[in-house]
Design a protein around this ligand. Sequence first.
Ligand code: ATP
Ligand code: LTN
Length: 334
Amino acid sequence: MKEIKRVFSGVQPSGDPQLGNYLGAFKGWVDRQSEKENFFCVVDLHALTVTPDPEQLVSQTRDLAAILFACGLDPKKSTLFVQSHVPAHAEGCWLLNCVTPLGWLERMTQFKDKSEGRGSVSTALLDYPVLMAADIILYDAHEVPVGEDQKQHVELARDIANRFNSIYGETFVVPEPVIPDIGGRVMGLNDPMVKMSKSYSHIRGHAVRMLDDPKEIERSFMRAVTDSGNEIRFSEEEEKAGVNNLLGIYKVITGKNEKEVERDFESVRGYGDLKKTVAEVVVEELTPIREQYEHLMDDVAELDRLLAIGAEHAASVSMPKVREMKEKMGLIVP
Ligand code: ATP
Ligand code: LTN
């Protein structure tokens, strides 16, 4: 089995990427890309589970890839590719379906949340975590950097890897989720009890979108829901969730610890100034990313070329793994 530690993570092209994606996932991917061998994937097949508009899916897939490069993913250090460009993922998913008990999938909280209230959901929505397990284990990834909301899915990937290994013999590395302590859960600005999410980024005041211009970002923060008090401190209390969220965002971006953050706001009077300061650091962080994104989108052919190189490298790792699975499972491999 592989000696070098591998990292795998993915993101769905399911809407406008938002600050939570950046702080909970992309920033950490970029900051640590020199340490290990990295694979990052725009998971368009996962996005299909909720039947998006085809034209929108095309543009969201390119946009997301460009944003990831713009955040600083370096093709020399990280392999970035589009999931559907590497057939091993869909094929591996089918093979893993055959060892995954249905009950494991029915228990997934994301499935329960996403199917709630819908008259009918696709089979693919239920199967979503098996495709995600294939993504991860086909690369023998040791580490999966994700936000808190994905922990249960990575644990399922561990269970599936263990099950396959115990039926067919050692085949997969059993992956570990790696969750950042605070950026792991950025909350909605309109409701600090709900996770900021790109599927809700069209709802006014919910999310800061990564490509919003500075004025829009400032407006979103100024509207952020807080409490009726005026104490600027980290807190687990439900009432302080809004302020806690703003401080958490500031903390991850500045890289300061909680004491230093609270000290920065010691002499600040009222939440208006807190919101303004947090908006400023976010604007400073996102502006170069937006500019680099615009630059990359000026040459879509070059973007597609980079993604094709990524897919080729990804396939060179995952296709042999699928072959090994097939042989072990008793399929004739030509
Ligand atoms: P969707 O609304 O389509 O589920 P999402 O915005 O929740 O999208 P995903 O594509 O599901 O984002 O996730 C991409 C990565 O961003 C994952 O690692 C996920 O854990 C992380 N992430 C998403 N939202 C947040 C958030 N609010 N705080 C921290 N991390 C987040
Ligand atoms: N379900 C993940 C996206 C995802 C993923 C993966 C993350 C698909 N495949 C593999 C890590 C590893 C989400 O963030 N919603």
